[in-house]
Design a protein. Structure first.
Ligand code: PEP
Ligand code: MN
Length: 369
């Protein structure tokens, strides 16, 4: 299946875009000061091109902060005037679109709880007829690719060619480390069906916490997505919505600096995925090696104390010889070369002796004192 949309390349609607697009800003606009403070910080980083802030917040349960409303659009206008950042806001119905246009918002996005409903998407599409504004469509909360494509088609049929998708994950059915399951195969399939459609990843809503934002962003970059939308706040712990997943502009800067942008020399996504998978295995194995090495050193210390109590020398020549021969033989079973195992155990043994000496000396000093 292929779906033909009339699309304008993202470089044509984000001026000066040479790297993946970074959209950032608070989950919700809370006050003028909060909005301006975070915008000024974000502006310092040239990687960030678009400012985001939720004005109308779709909340799962009533009686929580439902967004500041129209007044927040004035603050966004100020952000644009003072920082030059492009501004973006979530819209869920026609009246939101009208207000966003009235206040010159640069980009609008349709949230995951709206893209799930074709009536709402159509209402927004009808309101956008004859308007030239970039629109980003978040995936519906349930993993229904057709529904996502349908929403994109409705907006495109209204004449919007500056169109992109946002991958923000899908409500998990069972316990998950993610707030929303990434289910990467779905955006990848979207990429396959509509190859020229820009896809932006939203690591904040996928992760639901601060720890996973970096690896999810890296994965998005490695899957050649066109950018990321990451929530930021000057005081994330006290944010009025999504406090657990928001990060400061400083943390965001560090993350962005660490992210590796690979050139799409090879368009072979499977190659990247496999390499990443293998590296994760290596990381895990190295972690295990270090843990085991630590445990070995602990036992060496116990041996040292035991020898000390019985007034026995640290080194027993026969034991060293026995370890070397035995480990070299064992190594062969795991296809490890003799020189490697020899060198490795010389180092381990040397360090072990050093640790034993330290422990013995410490004990001796204690006893003397
Ligand atoms: C948001 O971006 O703040 C938001 C409400 O996201 P989503 O629609 O992905 O839940
Ligand atoms: Mn949010």
């Amino acid at each position: 299946m292929k779906v033909n949309l009339n699309l304008s390349p993202i470089e044509n609607w984000i001026p000066g875009l040479t790297e993946p697009l970074v959209i950032s800003g608070p989950c919700s606009a809370e006050s003028e000061e909060q909005v301006m403070a975070v915008a000024r910080e974000l502006k310092k980083n040239p990687k960030i091109k678009v400012f985001r802030a939720g004005i109308w917040k779709p909340r799962t349960r009533p009686n929580s902060f439902e967004g500041i409303g129209e007044v927040g659009l004035r603050w966004l206008k100020r952000v644009k005037e003072e920082t030059g950042l492009l501004t973006s806001v979530e819209v869920a119905k026609a009246s939101h679109v009208e207000l966003a246009l009235k206040y010159d918002v640069d980009i609008i996005w349709i949230g995951a709880r709206t893209s799930v409903n074709p009536f709402s998407v159509q209402e927004i599409a009808d309101c956008l007829k004859g308007v030239d504004i970039p629109v980003l469509v978040k995936n519906p909360i349930n993993p229904d690719l057709q529904l996502w494509i349908g929403a994109l088609e409705r907006i495109n049929q209204a004449g919007i060619t500056k169109l992109g998708a946002i991958h923000r994950g899908f409500s998990p059915l069972s316990d998950s480390e993610y707030r929303n399951e990434p289910m990467w195969s779905i955006p990848l399939e979207l990429q396959r069906i509509i190859p020229n459609l820009p896809i932006i990843c939203d690591p904040s809503h996928i992760s639901g916490n601060r720890i996973l934002i970096e690896p999810v962003s890296q994965k998005a970059y490695d899957l050649q997505m066109n950018g990321v939308m990451i929530e930021s706040h000057m005081d994330p712990d006290n944010a009025l919505s999504d406090a657990k997943q928001q990060i400061t502009p400083k943390t965001l800067e560090k993350i962005l600096d660490r992210l590796i942008i690979r050139k799409p020399e090879t368009s072979d996504v499977d190659f990247e995925l496999r390499l990443k998978e293998l590296r994760q295995k290596i990381d895990k194995i190295d972690h295990d090696i270090l843990e085991v090495m630590g445990a070995r050193m602990q036992v060496a210390e116990e041996i040292a104390l035991h020898k000390k109590e019985h007034n026995i020398t640290i080194l027993q020549k026969g034991r060293y010889d026995q370890i070397m021969n035995d480990r070299i033989e064992q190594g062969k079973k795991f296809l490890l070369k003799e020189e490697f195992v020899k060198e490795l155990y010389e180092m381990i043994h040397e360090n072990s002796i050093k640790r034993q000496t330290e422990v013995m000396n410490k004990k001796a000093a204690e006893n003397a004192g």
